[in-house]
Design a binder for this molecule. Structure first.
Ligand SMILES: Cc1cc2nc3c(=O)[nH]c(=O)nc-3n(C[C@H](O)[C@H](O)[C@H](O)COP(=O)(O)OP(=O)(O)OC[C@H]3O[C@@H](n4cnc5c(N)ncnc54)[C@H](O)[C@@H]3O)c2cc1C
Length: 549
């Protein structure tokens, strides 16, 4: 990386983030074009932050139709599952790429040293939600850690450079083209000029009061792309599922825990689930369906479980930690230990014996299906800018098969890394020639976002409706009015919150992981992905369309 002047650095391909998608892109960019200078810039140290390495569940699965279980899996069956689960909103050409390239990418990971759980010579493949075949591979809860460590090692060996401890907050763009990114490291502004920028900085869970994400996931990628004029898609679809709020720890209630038929009680000690079930729907049916899928979705009757927890908490019958009481004390410890060993052990380490103690759970934001709209090579609608992994959008629809995110990171990390390296060679102009200096306003310590966060908790979580979303938009605007000039960090937060609110408000129907209580049914008028982009006057435009943009 050459130095133009203090705090201004230069590279050919800049990859922002340090998770599974970033690792794959960095490795592939350098593998394809060894002469290209590739830099990974990430918050914290590479491999320490983000969802890929966030061990917070019993298993972390990655899909590939290897057919190791001889159950007839194939890329075509896989594609059908993605499209069906996406409920009409997954981009068919992107989904087809995932379905047809997943096996090659996963086999490469195995060759590079990732060791998935196996049975004899064959990898063990499990069937996750939305999958008709057993196609998920895992290394317990450590799958992502293993993937990132292998890709990081291989990238460093190929000569990829690393810039750690940097939070990039804005893109460097001119005349509709991106030429780098800028942000802060240890309170100092750093501008990185690049011929191609790859956003791989994950989702936005950390901006929600109730989330199960690493604190670095604040949606900066969504905000940076929006500000530079990119189109974002399907932002109303983000996964929310039950996770632990007490004891204080980061762990989700893995779907198979519902097979133990846990007791759910509010702070008054009342079992409440049955109060929320319509006629003909039994508690056992709901628990059994919930055992097949972690996130809330209106796709199945498992939804009543998430809705009941959310409503109990909103009605003031939650615990002081903002949750409801969950216990599996009726289950023999040998059964818990055998069937949920990682969950059981993780709680024991926290001093909680699930056989005798109760815990508290609440709906937590986990994962984003939508994001910055990409094409087959992970290019966004803005030249010079690519997006891969969770920050990207279009690949997944209104819901997605479990295990597809990690696959998405590998498939589009591969494509995006290679395309970015190709663009860096094509772009003969040097970034410094189009570079404009701009000083970012650093964040001041303030609690001015508190009312917005409260409104997000009320209106963007499980149950959404017009009044709540309109109130959230008012809070966002009120916050903007309080200061003459917003710092970039706060601006990012508010932009992302607004994009979620506007997308959720626009979609006047219920589909997949988006539930509008005022529009409880699916509406064919919305059989299209939502899109959002900055208008000419800076305003946020939302629309739904099947047309190319
Ligand atoms: C509890 C849990 C369980 C999950 N289970 C599964 C599963 O079983 N199967 C599956 O497929 N998916 C699962 N997911 C989702 C999956 O883990 C993620 O979608 C995927 O790992 C995202 O990878 P990524 O590389 O895009 O982003 P991440 O791994 O989140 O990495 C983002 C990186 O960007 C960095 N970063 C963020 N902002 C900035 C910034 N402004 N500047 C610089 N760096 C920045 C972060 O620190 C991090 O290093 C789960 C997620 C969670 C939270």
């Amino acid at each position: 990386m050459g130095k133009l002047k203090q705090e201004t650095l230069q590279t050919d391909v800049l990859i922002i983030g340090g998770g599974g998608a970033a690792g794959r892109a960095a490795y592939e960019a350098k593998r394809m074009e060894p002469q290209v200078d590739v830099t990974v810039a990430t918050e914290g140290t590479w491999g320490s932050g983000g969802s890929t390495v966030w061990v917070a569940s019993e298993t972390l699965g990655i899909n590939a139709p290897l057919n190791a279980s001889d159950d007839g899996d194939s890329p075509d069956v896989y594609l059908e599952d993605i499209l069906k689960t996406g409920l009409g909103l997954a981009d068919e050409s992107l989904a087809s790429i995932i379905a047809h390239e997943a096996s090659d990418r996963i086999l490469e990971l195995i060759e590079m040293g990732v060791t998935f759980d196996g049975v004899g010579e064959k990898p063990l493949q499990r069937k996750l939600s939305g999958c008709t075949k057993a196609r998920s591979l895992a290394e317990g809860g450590q799958t992502g850690v293993s993937i990132v460590s292998v890709l990081k090692k291989a990238s460093l060996e190929k000569g990829v450079k690393v810039l750690e401890g940097i939070r990039l907050l804005d893109l460097i763009y001119k005349e509709g083209e991106v030429w780098g990114a800028r942000g802060f490291r240890q309170g100092k502004q750093i501008d990185i000029l690049a011929k191609a920028v790859v956003l791989a900085n994950g989702g936005a869970g950390a901006i929600f009061p109730h989330n199960i994400n690493h604190p670095s996931l604040k949606g900066d990628g969504f905000a940076m792309a929006f500000r530079a004029g990119a189109v974002l898609t399907n932002l109303e679809f983000f996964q929310i599922g039950p996770g632990v709020v007490f004891p204080r720890m980061h762990f989700i209630i893995h779907s198979h825990m519902w097979n133990f038929c846990p007791r759910l009680r509010n702070v008054l000690g009342e079992e409440f689930l049955s109060n929320y079930l319509p006629k003909g729907v039994s508690k056992d049916d709901v628990l059994s369906l919930k055992s097949m899928s972690f996130p809330f979705s209106v796709r199945t009757n498992a939804r009543y479980l998430d809705i009941s927890i959310f409503k109990e908490i909103c009605s003031g019958r939650g615990t002081e930690h903002g949750g409801v009481i969950f216990d599996v004390n009726h289950v023999p410890d040998s059964e818990l230990e055998n069937k949920a060993p990682i969950t059981y052990e993780t709680f024991l380490k926290k001093g909680v014996n699930l056989c005798t103690d109760s815990i508290e759970i609440a709906p937590l934001v986990q994962n984003f299906n939508g994001g910055v709209k990409i094409d087959e090579n992970a290019a966004t609608t803005v030249p010079g800018l690519f997006a891969i992994g969770e920050v990207s959008g279009g690949v997944h629809g209104a819901d997605r098969p479990g295990g597809n995110n990690l696959t998405d990171c590998q498939v589009f990390g591969y494509r995006g890394g290679r395309a970015a390296a190709g663009l860096a060679i094509e772009r003969s102009e040097k970034p410094k020639e189009v570079f404009r200096e701009k000083e970012l306003i650093p964040q001041e310590k303030t609690d001015m976002l508190a009312p917005v966060k409260t409104a997000m908790d009320k209106s963007l979580m499980i149950v959404r409706h017009k009044e709540g979303l309109a109130a959230l938009l008012e809070e966002i605007e009120g916050c903007r009015q309080k200061v003459s000039q917003l710092d970039v960090t706060t601006d990012n937060f508010l932009l992302v919150a607004e994009m979620f609110a506007r997308s959720a408000l626009y979609r006047e129907e219920s589909r997949g992981i988006h539930y509008r209580e005022d529009f409880p049914n699916r509406d064919p008028a919305f059989d299209k992905p939502s899109l959002i982009r900055k208008g000419k006057g800076g305003e946020m435009g939302v629309w739904v369309t099947n047309k190319d943009v």
